[in-house]
Structures are given as C-alpha cells and as structure tokens.
Write a protein that binds this ligand. Structure first.
Ligand SMILES: C[S@@+](CC[C@H](N)C(=O)[O-])C[C@H]1O[C@@H](n2cnc3c(N)ncnc32)[C@H](O)[C@@H]1O
Length: 348
C-alpha cells in the first residue's frame, strides 16, 4: 500500500475538526495540525485519495511532493529551485500538460511570492525538459495542473492542487446568496461540535439562506431538520438552495421569530445557528434584547446542545448560564474579516 501525504486547508480555527473528519472519512493518520493557520497534514492510503473530495470541512487539498527547510535571505531562492526540481513534479506535468505555479508566502523573507513563482516555474520546466526533451506549456488562467509552492516561515512545500482550484467551501447549491451567509465549512464544524447523532432533530432558528440546515441534511440521513427565519425572502432563498442541494424534502421551512421559538416547536435535540452579529444589526440594546429572548426560549426547547457562532459571546454565555445551561466549549474562528466565537452549551 502506497501512502501519500496530503495538505488539507481550511478555515482558521477548525483544524481539529478537519483532522477528525480525515481520520473518520479517509482513515488518515494525522501528521501535523497547524492550529490557527488553517492547515492539516495527513498521510493516507493512495487508494483513498479520491475520498478527499467528499470532505465537508476543507477548502482545498494538495498532494505533497516535497517539503524542506528554507531561509529568508535572497540567496535562499535557489533552495526553491532545488526542492521543486527534485520533487518529482515531472510525473504530473508533461510537455502535453499545461501548468501554472501558485505561490504563497507567509512570514519574513527577502523575496516575494512572485520571485518564488518565477524560480519554481523555471525548475518545473527544467525537470520536464530533462525527462522528455521538451518544455511544458504554461497556462496561468486554466492550467491542467496547478503546482503550489508555499513558503511558510522557514519551510517550503511543493504540492499539486487536487480537484481544481476553486475553494471547496463554495458549494454548488448556493443559488440564493444570503448577504451574511456562513461558510459551509464552519456550518459543518458547528454541526460536528453539537454532538448530534443521526436521527436526532436539528434546528437553525435564524437560518438565513439555509447553510446549516443544508449541511445537516447532507450529513444526517435520518434527522429531522428545521430551518426558520423571520424573513420570508430568506426562507424562499433557503428553499431554493435546498432544492439545488437535493435536500428540500428533508427540511421543514418556517417563517417565524426566534424570540418566540416555543410557539413553533415543542422540543428539538440541538440548535445550531448563526444569529446576526451585533455590528451588522445597529443598536447594541436591540441586539442584546433579541439574543436574550431567543436564548431564553432556546434554553427551554432544546434538549441536548446549543451551538452558536457569534461576536456577541458575552451576552450568549451570561444568558445561557442564567437559564441553567453551562458553556462546555468556546473557540475563536476566522470568518471573513471578523473573528467570531463558536460557543457550545449543554443543559446542567
Ligand atoms: C447571519 S444571518 C444567517 C445566515 C445563514 N447562516 C446563512 O448561511 O445564510 C442571520 C439571520 O437571522 C435572521 N433573524 C434575525 N432576527 C431574527 C429573529 N428574531 N427570528 C428569526 N430570524 C431572525 C435574519 O433574517 C438573518 O437571515
């Protein structure tokens, strides 16, 4: 059995969820978790490589060809050439396969990502020419093979992008684009953190375009999923998205007010939700009122866990504790240009 090393990239803050999904779905051995950097390196059996495409928690996957130490001075650019030229890249790029270099640089270096791309490009061309006597075509827009060369602090990684270059968090079902949509990878992570078991009921009482509900319906075959929002327009959009994801009939859609949750449902097992962030809602007083009333209701209706992503973590924690719930986990994640908290609460 041939083992291959794969770099999985994700939203900073949910690397452990990626590692867990890779273990469960791919039988992967986790080599390294770069917490806060959105990178997880795993070893998997070559025959499981195709399964990477089914992962729900990652943005991209890259097949690692080589990894080495590198220094930050201009002279060390020659190291980029050496590592790329000896990486075996000519197995993937041939005179008949167009390629492009995608270079990324994190940390302090005397060279830019453009310098890296230029040197790495020369190294690929030379490696292919050595083997075939011909040079490969470069196509920066639509390459058949994208070769990634990332210099992260004092290390250089050479890899091949798997499954195309678009981030996998852009799910095909986003027909209706909610103005404050949650990244599906974060929705997946929150569902995983809720501890829900297939067959239990999940509700998102402020579901917007339906990301949490759709991810849940795709993940949990036997669960009842409820998607509620006070906006008729968003619920219509969520329904469209669910139809595109082919899970419309798995989800119950409600136009309703989360501050009166108990008038719509008697009991649900978990609530996973992305309520509006205060800075987008205007008056802080109004924000706190909506959160308090929603959480008072949620505390009485939810049986197992409440998982929220929010910038209003203080009011969430205080209110849930006042209603006899305990905060069992909290973490900060990157979401666009904001750093909200994911909070997991359980009844005492
Ligand atoms: C941040 S958005 C949710 C986005 C969603 N997670 C997605 O990916 O599309 C918050 C949603 O809460 C809804 N909302 C605000 N107050 C509400 C309330 N009292 N009851 C129900 N929904 C509410 C808004 O209409 C908005 O769609």
């Amino acid at each position: 059995m041939t083992r291959r090393t794969v770099i999985l990239t994700t939203n900073p803050g949910i690397e452990d969820i990626v590692a867990e999904e890779a273990r469960a779905r791919l039988g992967a051995e986790v080599v390294e978790i770069r917490a806060g950097h959105g990178r997880v390196i795993v070893d998997i059996d070559e025959s499981s490589l195709y399964l990477v495409e089914y992962m729900r928690s990652i943005h991209r996957a890259k097949l690692l060809l080589a990894r080495d130490k590198i220094c930050g001075s201009k002279e060390c650019l020659s190291k980029v050439y050496e590592v790329v030229a000896s990486s075996g890249v000519e197995k993937y790029v041939t005179p008949y396969t167009s390629f492009a270099i995608r270079a990324e640089r994190v940390g302090m270096h005397e060279y830019s990502s453009l310098d890296i791309a230029r040197v790495a490009g020369d190294a690929v061309i030379d490696a292919v020419r050595r083997l075939y006597g011909l040079r490969p075509p470069v196509d920066l827009d639509y390459p058949a093979v994208a070769v990634s060369v990332d210099v992260i602090n004092d290390e250089v990684y050479v890899s091949i992008e798997l499954g195309g270059e678009l981030s996998w968090h852009r799910r095909g079902y986003r027909i209706y684009d909610h103005p404050a949509a949650l990244k599906p990878t974060l929705a997946y992570a929150m569902i995983a953190m809720s501890g829900i078991v297939d067959g239990e009921t999940l509700m998102d009482p402020m579901c917007g375009g339906g990301t949490v509900a759709i991810e849940a319906a795709q993940l949990l075959e036997h669960s009842r999923i409820i998607c509620m929002d006070r906006s008729r327009r968003h619920i219509a959009g969520a329904r469209l998205n669910a139809r595109a994801a082919m899970v419309e009939n798995r989800i119950r859609f409600i136009v309703g007010d989360a501050t009166r949750l108990s008038s719509y449902v008697d009991q649900v097992d978990v609530v996973v939700s992305n309520p509006p962030y205060g800075i987008r809602m205007g008056s802080p007083h109004e924000v706190r009122r909506v959160y308090r009333e929603f959480l008072r209701e949620a505390a009485s209706v939810v049986r197992k866990s409440i998982v929220l992503i929010t910038t209003e973590h203080r009011v969430v924690k205080r209110t849930l504790e006042e209603h006899g719930w305990r905060i069992v986990h909290e973490r900060r994640v990157a979401h666009g240009n904001l750093y909200p908290y994911i909070i997991v609460a359980k009844p005492r």
